[in-house]
Design a protein. Structure first.
Length: 252
């Protein structure tokens, strides 16, 4: 097949989005938002317990979707999933990186004054895979002259939050990586953007845990974030490419 014909065929293929760290809140909102724009969506999380529901929800909205299991901290497993998606569809056009860095069954993070290097290394284990993902997917994007990465992190990346300890260090590192990548990719056709999120995201697992235990966590009232609005923000970043970052926060 002539190169020009092959390129034209590739340009007519549906774009493919990989949503890493999908959950019932923001991850699924991002999947639906990009699916609505015509993307085929691959949702990825550490367990397949809810994958059937996720795929069914997307299918009901007219979105072609598949699901895969991968812990982003497992380099081999993560790489295998990305390779599988790329081989199945011939491309990856968008990666949303939003795995949760806080396990619900673990204790709360130690304050920054109690944080040691081991704690920081553990928190950074959620940041390092972002670099692996880019290394795996970016070459194909650059070759095609298009693509995008969107990273999601916490408000502690820009506002000092001592109680979050090592998580704040990791959030700041992820944000700096995203913004530096954005600058490096200028004029390549590939975009990198960052979402700064401050507050409980509705429909998410952490939101469900906290609101179901008001005696332990207090009443959050209406100080929550709508995941659909954040997903809209992710789409605006990718489609407009006029800024590297957007912030969503319940804090004044």
């Amino acid at each position: 097949m002539p190169a020009s014909t092959s390129a034209a065929s590739a340009s007519q293929q549906p774009k493919v989005a990989v949503v890493l760290g999908v959950g019932p809140g923001l991850g699924m909102s991002v999947a639906h938002r990009f699916g609505r724009e015509g993307y085929t969506v691959a949702v990825v999380s550490r367990s397949d317990t809810r994958h059937a529901d996720y795929v069914a929800s997307l299918a009901a909205a007219g979105v072609e979707a598949v699901s895969y299991v991968a812990d982003v901290r497992d380099t081999k497993q993560l790489g295998s999933v990305l390779d599988t998606v790329a081989e199945r569809y011939g491309r990856i056009d968008l990666v949303y990186y939003g795995p949760g860095a806080l396990d619900l069954d673990e204790s709360r993070p130690k304050s920054i004054t109690e944080t040691d290097s081991v704690g920081v290394q553990e928190a950074m284990s959620w940041m390092y895979p972002a670099v692996d993902v880019v290394g795996r997917v970016l070459p194909g994007m650059v070759e095609r002259g298009g693509g995008a990465f969107v990273f999601a992190g916490g408000l502690s990346a820009v506002v000092p939050m001592p109680t979050l300890g090592a998580l704040a260090v990791s959030a700041a590192a992820l944000r700096n990586y995203a913004l530096t990548l954005n600058a490096a990719l200028a004029d390549t056709g590939v975009y990198a953007g960052n979402l700064v999120i401050g507050g409980l995201i509705e429909r998410g697992d952490i939101h469900r845990l906290i609101t179901s235990n008001p005696e332990q966590f207090g009443n959050v009232g209406d100080r929550t974030l709508d995941p659909d609005e954040i997903a809209d923000g992710a789409w605006e970043l990718v489609s407009r490419r006029d800024r590297a970052e957007d912030t969503f926060s319940v804090f004044a």
